[in-house]
Design a protein around this ligand. Sequence first.
Ligand SMILES: [Cu+2]
Length: 138
Amino acid sequence: MSDSEELGIMVMGGYARATFSMAKTGAVYFTLHNQNASEVTLTAVDVDASIASDAQIHTTEMQGDVMKMREMTEGVTVAPDAMVDFKPGGYHIMLLGLTKGLTEGSDIALTLTFDKQRKVHVVLPVKKDENVGHHHHH
Ligand SMILES: [Cu+2]
């Protein structure tokens, strides 16, 4: 994607997790690779209103035995020449207010905003999540 190459930010291996048809929330995962000599911060994510009403940057934390999600209102910073994984059990993009379930084989378009101004557009496939063997709701 030319706009992300220009910014030196690669969005790799991204996908949205397929949901059941009545689901109201979904999760998106990817790896951010910052190829710049200075840090960048993912500060916001936007999703088309035809897919979901809101997209938030979340992290997952253990509180005792319970997995809790928290919104990263300050964003997620990627150090120079470093990568950060968004993956099950950690950082993820939470889609809220899905208009319909996310169907395997479809695509979703997201706009990632870095440092409150630089935008990267990505189109990610919807896939079944094979990495997660458990069925916890979070
Ligand atoms: Cu979440």
